[in-house]
Ligand binder design. Structure first.
Ligand code: FMN
Length: 189
């Protein structure tokens, strides 16, 4: 698939068929991730792949975090929907930044962290474009932050959790979501 076609046709997929993804496909998507550019070529990404056998446990941990917020009377946004999607997708890949502690506070490493997070974003976008090329549905998920501590503990991670990506065979073909026009977001000097 042409790169611009992949960019234009990609959609966030929130309904997946109940069919497993071959490991070869997961590896191809991860391989696209590690080809992303990164500041100082630091490659600040580490991936944890959760497949069907650990999926129920993952969702239980995610829901525990959501419940923690609810118990405090806090809003939980779209997190319950995201948990339902993670429950359906055959694969969810967590992405961590190995260079930053999970309790990141403003520090001298702050600017480097901004660079690293951009690099991880490029890797995650590559995953989405590779998935699109392979006919696989993908959803970028930051609602995992509602269960930040719970998921980090469960995954045994002390590093900065950036996002998760759920993958599977798509069971929907959503229309394109609206975008601001180029003129709204661009200034030509
Ligand atoms: C950083 C980031 C975090 C996101 N987190 C979530 C999420 O937690 N749950 C969800 O359903 N979608 C999530 N999305 C998907 C966005 O809602 C989606 O990209 C946006 O609405 C545009 O739709 P499109 O991807 O189909 O073009 C996220 C996307 C990005 C880039």
């Amino acid at each position: 698939m042409n790169t611009l076609d992949a960019i234009a046709s990609r959609r966030s997929i929130r309904k997946f068929l109940d069919t497993p993804l071959p490991e070869e496909i997961i590896r191809r998507i991860l391989h696209a991730a590690i080809l992303a550019p990164s500041g100082k070529n630091r490659q600040p990404w580490r991936f944890i792949v959760i497949k069907e056998d650990k999926r129920a446990q993952m969702v239980k941990v995610m829901r525990a975090g959501i419940e923690r917020h609810k118990a405090r009377g806090e809003r939980t946004g779209s997190s319950e929907n995201s948990a339902r999607i993670m429950e359906q997708a055959p694969v969810t890949i967590f992405v961590f930044n190995p260079y930053e502690h999970k309790k990141h506070k403003r520090s001298t490493s702050g600017l480097m962290n901004v660079v690293d997070v951009q690099s991880v974003g490029a890797a995650i976008q590559n995953m989405h474009l590779a998935a699109q090329d392979l006919g696989i549905g993908a959803l970028w998920i930051c609602d995992i932050f509602y269960a930040y501590d719970e998921l980090c503990d469960w995954l045994g991670q002390k590093r900065q959790m950036i996002a998760a990506v759920s993958l599977g065979n798509p069971d929907e073909q959503p229309d394109a979501r609206p975008r601001k026009t180029l003129d709204e977001v661009t200034v030509w000097l």
